[in-house]
Design a protein around this ligand. Structure first.
Ligand SMILES: *[C@@H]1O[C@H](CO)[C@@H](O)[C@H](O)[C@H]1NC(C)=O
Ligand SMILES: *[C@@H]1O[C@H](CO)[C@@H](O)[C@H](O)[C@H]1NC(C)=O
Ligand SMILES: *[C@@H]1O[C@H](CO)[C@@H](O)[C@H](O)[C@H]1NC(C)=O
Length: 321
């Protein structure tokens, strides 16, 4: 407490006013938005997992590839399903499986034109990787665990706001908040965990005006996005070491997203929704390298990620329309 007072010092009054505004705006956006995204994601995901499980069992569709994952997760998180999500899942638009009927793999494309991106991929719902699209971004040099630690912990008021107002996902790892992520011992942050060591992977929305201004100086708008498309108001950052990242899930966000791989390498696995079994492949995999940007409609595909050995994986991305 002492430290906090001292640290904030003269800026305290300003900060208080700012904070009041910030919290009010967060509250408002949370009330007007359907609900908290973290909840939403976990809720939808669990619900879909259960529905898919039940449907698959009932009608004997070939869900063999991912049944194991789905069941494992359903068991661990079942209690989080909310009624709201049940309703939403029933109104989810049916995926047009024609879109992936002839898709044998996820493309990795370099140097795509805006026009081609718009025609083939922007809203086409099949994921694509645009290689090297983040090359030249400052983030490639600046982003690291320590960069984010400094960004978030240098101002306790900002950290408090972020803990209270921005969404955080621990993907089953032991962190309860972003504050804990940046409070771990040095040994854990610096070294790549060896086999059997304690790995970790987390994600959070940077929804604070102060930190997102700084973050946006490190990144650029992906060059291939349609000129008129708008990106959403906060970026999502995902960070973690070798090992499982996001578990297999489907989102309930309105828009497609881009995600830039700033450090490390990540394998993505996509599994088509149940209605496409037999039309599309059972599973698609693609590796996203440092400097690549992946485009996906996370609302239309089950997806999971796996951080490959090497550097810490750090990504940043957002939704676009
Ligand atoms: C898929 O491929 C078949 C055979 O090559 C073709 O007849 C069909 O039009 C293709 N469908 C789509 C959606 O591209
Ligand atoms: C990218 O494509 C444009 C036009 O198609 C071309 O002029 C340019 O040389 C290409 N750049 C690279 C690095 O391939
Ligand atoms: C940070 O770590 C210290 C020492 O391990 C602990 O006492 C403190 O409660 C931790 N704070 C948070 C927010 O996790």
């Amino acid at each position: 407490m002492q430290l906090k007072e001292e640290f904030v010092g003269k800026k305290k009054v300003d900060a208080k006013i700012f904070r009041a505004h910030f919290l009010a705006s967060i509250k408002q956006s949370q009330e007007s938005k359907v609900d908290d995204l973290a909840n939403k994601r976990v809720g939808v995901f669990v619900l879909v997992v259960i529905l898919v499980g039940v449907l698959a069992a009932a009608i004997g569709v070939r869900a063999g590839v991912y049944k194991k994952d789905l069941i494992a997760v359903a068991h661990s998180t079942r209690c989080l399903v909310s009624n709201n999500e049940v309703v939403k899942e029933f109104v989810r638009p049916v995926f047009n499986c024609e879109l992936c009927r002839n898709t044998s793999r996820i493309e990795r494309i370099a140097n795509i034109s805006r026009q081609e991106f718009l025609e083939k991929y922007a809203y086409g719902t099949v994921p694509v990787v645009i290689t090297g699209a983040a090359n030249g971004w400052k983030a490639l040099d600046s982003f690291s665990y320590l960069y984010f630690k400094n960004l978030y912990t240098k101002d306790v008021v900002v950290m408090d706001d972020i803990v209270q107002g921005c969404q955080f996902i621990n993907w089953g790892y032991h962190f309860d908040s972003i504050e804990e992520v940046f409070n771990m011992t040095d040994a854990k942050t610096k070294l790549e965990p060896g086999p059997g060591d304690d790995s970790w992977y987390v994600g959070w929305a940077d929804c604070h005006p102060k930190t997102s201004d700084e973050l946006r100086r490190q990144i650029q708008r992906p060059y291939f996005l349609p000129e008129e498309s708008k990106t959403s108001s906060s970026e999502w950052i995902f960070m973690g070491w070798r090992g499982p990242g996001a578990f297999l899930h489907i989102d309930n966000v309105r828009l497609p997203s881009w995600q830039a791989q700033i450090s490390g390498r990540k394998k993505w696995i996509f599994v088509p929704v149940l209605e496409c079994a037999g039309i599309c492949k059972d599973k698609y995999e693609v590796i996203v390298e440092k400097g690549d940007i992946i485009i996906l409609d996370s609302n239309k595909w089950f997806h999971s990620t796996f951080v490959l050995p090497g550097d810490i994986s750090i990504t940043i991305g957002t939704e676009y329309d």
